[in-house]
Ligand binder design. Structure first.
Ligand SMILES: [Zn+2]
Length: 233
């Protein structure tokens, strides 16, 4: 058995699995990212709160207007029903009515301004609701798309892991142990190839004796610099 080429294949499988797992983690992170949706919901809640506040204020002003109208009617009734006849009292009553009418006019102006604000707030609420609708549609689309991406990658990881395990089964236990130990100590890369005279992992030139050993497919040779298993064929 060509143990060294199996080791090289094992490294290739592990590289593929590491890449797939990276992609899987990325897709899962993106899948969980609902910041835009949460922000859109927050905008709707804020816009609804503003409308509700303005509507409450409008009802309060309406009540105030109703009260003032009733008082003006009552006082004007007194003006003409003959219950007040002294000129001084009449003058006071007329002043009182003028003052009530002035307050009424102010409150009505305030209500008109408030209605303008309410109209703007309602438009903003509609816009926020529409934006939330778009965000929810995008979220569903994203979930569906990334859901199938995750499923596909999970399938690839399972298949590649089975191939990797079969490959590892062909390699002697001490060599597998050496490989796993190197992977732990060398950032996941236990097997390096030769590119000309250079080790592809550490980019250091390999002396001729080690290059010669690296050509033997049965006995693993180590790079004298980074100590990875060197494959020279
Ligand atoms: Zn090296």
């Amino acid at each position: 058995m060509a143990q060294v080429s199996d080791l090289a294949s094992l490294q290739d499988f592990d590289d593929v699995i590491a890449r797939l797992e990276g992609e899987l983690a990325e897709a899962r992170t993106e899948l969980e990212d609902d910041d835009a949706l949460v922000a859109a919901r927050g905008s709707v809640a804020g816009a609804e709160e503003r409308c509700a506040g303005l509507e409450r204020e409008q009802r309060r002003l309406e009540g105030e207007i109703d009260g003032l109208v009733a008082r003006v009617e009552r006082e004007e009734g007194r003006l003409y029903d003959g219950s007040v006849s002294l000129p001084k009292e009449l003058a006071t009553l007329q002043q009182e009515i003028a003052s009530l009418r002035s307050r009424l006019s102010n409150v009505e102006d305030t209500e008109l301004e408030l209605l303008d604000s309410l109209e703007e707030a309602e438009a903003a609420r509609e816009e926020a609701r529409a934006a939330l609708g778009r965000e929810q549609a995008a979220w569903s689309e994203k979930r569906e798309r990334l859901g199938s991406v995750v499923k596909r990658i999970e399938g690839e990881v399972t298949a590649t892991t089975a191939e990797r395990d079969a490959c590892r089964g062909r390699i002697s236990a001490p060599l597998v142990a050496q490989y796993e130990d190197l992977r732990r100590r060398r950032s996941g890369v236990a097997v390096a190839h030769m590119q000309g005279n250079t080790c592809t992992a550490c980019r250091v030139s390999v002396p001729p004796s080690a290059r010669k050993r690296a050509l033997d497919p049965e006995t693993p040779a180590l790079c004298p610099n980074c100590e990875r298993i060197l494959v020279g064929f």
